[in-house]
Design a protein around this ligand. Structure first.
Ligand SMILES: [Zn+2]
Length: 447
């Protein structure tokens, strides 16, 4: 059975060792771009591994082109993500400070309200004033220190956008490693046109790889790379180990969400067309295999960072389906409450089985989306890792779903909810009970 259905048999440990020792190691654009998402030291470790196999490295022309196109965007995204964390941290410290000052001021008024003696009153007030000013001093100093640290981290951990434009050190390192003869030949216009047509036919027929990109502007990229890999294997008469972080189901075979190897169709096509073995792995997987078979010593920490960054890069812009189990109130420290969908992710892909709490802003948003509690909804994950409910999947409704209404009483303390303008001037739903509001946010999110 094994030789008749060979494509169903993944390489064993010994065969993987053969790939590491003899195969052409082909790199996808996303692998080159992954180097922008790790710090200097980690990048050097990965480049050292690639240097070990430099005589067998190869980058398809289409992958090299996609790398050049996306390099600046990835560098800019990295900086943006970094800056977002820094500014959120700073805002939170300001919020904590202002809540503390308000609480202490109220407490002080309450304390002195009972006291008739002027001397005692001023002593109490003095104590509160001192507490407020030392809090301000400490938190402001910490805020500044945090900002400085974030700036320092940004300098050492991301490539400055201006640097990337003019003298990109990562591109320089890659240029030294991937010399011109290690890049696929640029196809002439006619060849490219023919390949694109062939690619489109495959995409329409859902033949891997690349059909998952069907709604991209140019969906043929993955397929063009695949044609180059087939060609290269045929001409070089070497097996191919393709390193790609694109973990879509049209490229990797998954069982219950876990990557188990390339799609069997790819292995079969490579065997038929080029008479060569084919294997495929992610960059973190490749580094792990190199540690094992080439005796490199990249720390587990670096491999974990590569893996995390791959998962993040893959989920950006992705959509998952989930069951909207409930709509709950998120209580804010100022007493305002906003609805959020409790969504259980369906399927066997990213975060399946997990429950996500996704903001739905206000009842008007929920009405505009037309979602009902119990609906299957489409959730999109953006580059910053934020979730958004896009809308219900109407054709799987059962009739059991129910409409959402804002609660009339505070879910925390049962005080009747009042509707008033938010600090931003929009209509807002608020629990007027001063005893309730500030501490509720934490309790609510924990259950
Ligand atoms: Zn309340």
């Amino acid at each position: 059975m094994k030789s008749v259905l060979a494509e169903w048999y993944g390489p064993n440990d010994e065969e993987i060792g053969e790939f590491l020792a003899n195969a052409t190691i082909a790199l996808d654009a996303n692998v080159l771009l992954a180097l922008y998402r790790v710090n200097d030291a980690q990048r050097k470790q990965v480049l050292d591994v690639l240097t070990r196999v430099s005589s067998r490295l190869w980058v398809p022309h289409q992958a090299a082109l996609e790398y050049q196109r996306n390099r600046l965007g990835v560098a800019a995204d990295q900086q943006k993500a970094h800056d977002a964390v820094a500014s959120i941290a700073s805002e939170r410290v300001t919020e904590v400070l202002s809540t503390a000052v308000t609480t202490l001021t109220e407490l002080c008024a309450e304390a002195v309200g009972e006291v008739r003696d002027r001397e005692i009153r001023s002593a109490i007030e003095e104590q509160f004033t001192m507490t407020v000013s030392s809090l301000e001093a400490v938190l402001t100093e910490r805020q500044l220190a945090m900002q400085n640290k974030f700036h320092e981290l940004r300098r050492t951990h991301t490539i400055d956008f201006a640097d990337a434009r003019n003298a990109d050190p990562i591109r320089a390192a890659l240029d030294a490693l991937i010399t011109d003869d290690r890049v696929g030949e640029k196809p002439d216009a006619e060849t490219l046109e023919t390949r694109k047509k062939k690619a489109q036919t495959r995409i329409d027929a859902k033949i891997p790889p690349g059909y998952k990109d069907a709604n991209k502007d140019d969906a043929t990229g993955d397929c063009l790379i695949w044609f180059e890999l087939l060609d290269h294997a045929r001409k070089s008469t070497r097996p191919i180990l393709f390193v790609t972080d694109d973990a879509k189901e049209d490229s990797y075979q998954r069982v219950r969400g876990q990557i188990v190897g390339p799609r069997v169709e790819l292995r079969a096509e490579m065997a038929n067309e080029a008479k060569q073995p084919y294997h495929q792995t992610t960059l973190d997987g490749f580094v792990r295999l190199a540690n094992r078979h080439l005796k490199t010593a990249v720390p587990e920490d670096t491999i974990a960072t590569l893996e995390r960054s791959r998962v993040e890069a893959n989920r950006a812009g992705r959509e998952v389906r989930g069951r909207l189990r409930d709509i709950r109130m998120i209580m804010h420290p100022d007493g305002f409450m906003t609805p959020a969908g409790l969504v259980e992710v369906l399927g066997d892909g990213y975060r399946s089985g997990e429950s996500l709490l996704i903001s739905l802003t206000n009842p008007a948003t929920i009405a505009a989306l037309g979602v009902l509690i119990g609906d299957v909804v489409v959730v999109r994950i953006d580059k910053e890792g934020m979730y958004e409910i896009l809308g219900p999947v109407l054709d799987v409704r059962t009739g059991e779903e129910r409409e959402f209404t804002m609660p009339e009483r505070c879910p925390a303390c049962e005080t009747p909810v009042v509707v008033s303008a938010t600090p931003k001037g929009r209509p807002g739903w608020r629990c007027p009970n001063e005893e309730c509001a500030p501490k509720r946010q934490r309790d609510q999110l924990e259950d």
